[in-house]
Design a protein around this ligand. Sequence first.
Ligand code: GLN
Length: 261
Amino acid sequence: MKKFTKFIGLLLMGVFIMSGCGAESEDVAKTGSSDESGKETKTELVWGTNAEFPPYEYKEGGKVVGIDAEIVDAIAKKLNMESRVEDMNFDSIVASVQSGKIDIGVAGMTAREDRAKMVNFTIPYTTATQSIIVKEGSPIKSSDDLKGKTVGVQLGTTGADYVSGEIEGVTVENYNKGSEAVIALTQDKIDAVVIDNEPAKKFVEANQGLVVLEKPLTEEEYAIAVAKENTELLEKINTALSELKESGELQKIIDRYITAE
Ligand code: GLN
């Protein structure tokens, strides 16, 4: 669909250049075109996410909502584009940005060095850390106590890296979704879950008998992933994000989902 729209855009540009209206054609290609009825058809901004990561993205009545969804909508509005979401496994997002299946990856994604070799990251829009979830009354009180234990993580995440890289003699259990790791914990199949701090709080709220050890384990920044060659979109999103930061709109979105203690 995106490729098709691009193709139409290019076609229109060619027609305009040939008829000597090069300048106008640029606007058409960037901000969408008009159909025969004169109604504006906006260019799509397709974002990929894993909608199992509250409060950043989760489903409500079949719709993907959350902090990232609202940020994407605010950016799309500024770029005069229309957003559409593609829900997928977290560890498919970077490859889908690279292949052009999606325009951007917005998934509480940490701007990690190895990922930055494959995609570009925008300026960060928030910070995060990893937290430990355990059952109430668990002997695990800190990351030191994870030694030799079985810890559930979400496949391909910074939490998974942290546990396998920093904890001695640990057994790592990988799950596709954070919620699956949390269920395994409630069923005593694992001793703890390591996951991003805000989702950790939401999972604990939704499941009785669990607690989150709040001590931060890592320092991370969430950013939006854009294809390496798509530098124009990267710049536009960076401008939009800066504006959203300066106007306070970004903070307002975050505050709607995360209440400061
Ligand atoms: N912030 C973590 C990462 O980037 C987890 C993101 C997620 O699970 N959606 O790896």
